[in-house]
Design a protein. Structure first.
Length: 137
């Protein structure tokens, strides 16, 4: 999978999440929204590899994570994330919601409020997580 594939997948999963919300399928809407963020972060990791040669430093099994904090680190975005949180309170509150997602949520039940809150945190324009990640992929 390449950067373009991951960007497309992130955009498609957000569309899927919107449709799932409309259909009141809260648990999978929640999961799919988080999966979109994971895809976007992995696209950012690949962008860093292309621009910095990280591919020679990285151990591939380490990159097969679903952990947003680790993916931020692998993408070289920790400083940018901290700066954005320091200057944009709305983004900071949205970012605090996003990493609560984890891959195992596909096995859990989520409420409407959970799904809608994560979707808003990820998609809000201009302060959401996905619009911010798009500037780095």
């Amino acid at each position: 999978m390449n950067q373009a594939d991951l960007r497309l997948l992130a955009d498609e999963r957000i569309k899927d999440a919107k449709a799932l919300l409309a259909g009141q399928r809260w648990s999978f809407a929640y999961y799919t929204t988080g999966y979109a963020v994971e895809c976007a972060l992995k696209s950012c990791v690949l962008a860093r590899m292309v621009h910095t040669g990280l591919v020679f430093e990285a151990k591939v099994p380490n990159l097969l994570t679903h952990d947003f904090a680790k993916l931020i680190e692998f993408a070289g975005l920790k400083i940018e994330l901290d700066a954005k949180q320091a200057t944009a309170p709305a983004f900071k509150s949205y970012w605090l919601i996003a990493p609560q997602w984890h891959v195992e949520t596909r096995y859990t039940t989520k409420l409407q409020t959970d799904a809608e809150a994560l979707y808003e945190a990820v998609t809000h324009d201009p302060e959401g997580v996905l619009p911010w990640l798009r500037t780095y992929w």
